[in-house]
Design a binder for this molecule. Sequence first.
Ligand code: A3P
Length: 299
Amino acid sequence: MSLPSFQAVYYKGVKFDPNHSAVAMEMIESFEVRDDDVFIAAYLKSGTTWTQQIVSLVCADGDISEVCKVPILERTPWLEASDKMGNSEPVPKLLENAPSPRLMKTHLPYYMLPQQAKDGKGKIIHCARNVKDVVVSWHNMRRMFNTIPCGTWEENFKEFITPKEAYNGFWWDVIPEYWRHKDDVNMLFIKFEDMKRDLRGHVVKIANFLGKPLSDQRIDEVVVNCTFSAMKKNPSTNMSRNPAMQRPFFSKAEGSGLEFIRKGEVGDWKNWFSQEENETLEAIHKEKMAGLNLTFQFE
Ligand code: A3P
C-alpha cells in the first residue's frame, strides 16, 4: 500500500517529525502553568510512554484497572502533537480548561518548555535512555509509523548522528541540557535503564516527587500495570494494538510483527550496530559527554 509522504516540521531551526505542530510549539512557551501540572519530558524512544503510565497511575484516583483502559494520550496528552493525532485544536489550547492535575507529555528540548515551568512552576520528569538503544528504537518506530518517513538502518543512523538532520534536536544537545537542570527544584531526572533494574523503586521515587505517597498495596498495583508485559498487552499503552490507531498510524507495519511497545531491552543496539557505526557513535559520545558526569548503562 502506498502512503502519502509526510514532511518534517521545522521550529526554531530544529527538525521535528511530522506528528509535531509548529503552531502548538509556538503556544507552549507562553503556556499558563498551574502548580500541580506535570510535564513528562523525554527524547524520542527513551521511555516516555512508560513514564506516562507510571505518572498517570500514581496520580489516579479510584480503580487503577479502569484507568489503565483509557488511551495513554487521553490521560497524558501530547503537548506539541499535530492535528494528525486527532486533536481538534492545538493541545495547549485544549488544555486551557482541562481539570487539574494536568499530566502532559512532550518531546521538546528543555529550552522550548513553557517559560513558567522553566521558572519552577509545576513539575518536570525527564526520562533519558542510553543513546545506542534510542537510535535502534527510533529506527524501528519509523519502520512502523505511517506518518514518519523511514530510510534504511544505515540512513537513519547517519541522520541521527548529524546535528541539523536529527529529528527533535541532536541527542547530544538535548540530553545534556536536561541534565544541567537535574537539580532544579521542579525537575526529576530518571533513566530508562535504572527503571528496568528497579521499577518499584522508581514508582516510589516518582510518587514522592509528585507529593503523592502511596500505600504499599497501591504501589504494587501501579507496578503490576507498568511492567513491559503488562504494557505490551494493554492497547491503551501499546498503541499499535489500539484498533482506533492501527489503521491510520500503523498499517505500514502490518504483517511485520513490529509493535509500539517492542522489546524494552537494554542492549538491543548490539543486534543492529556495525563495528564502524559503534566506533563512530562512541567517538561523538566521548567528545560531547566529556566533563558532564552523566553515564549510561549500555548492556
Ligand atoms: P524498544 O523499541 O527498544 O522496545 P517511548 O515511549 O519514548 O516512545 O519509548 C518507547 C520504548 O520504550 C520502546 O523501546 C518500548 O518498548 C519501551 N518501553 C515501553 N514501556 C516499557 C516498559 N514497561 N518496560 C520496558 N520498556 C518499555
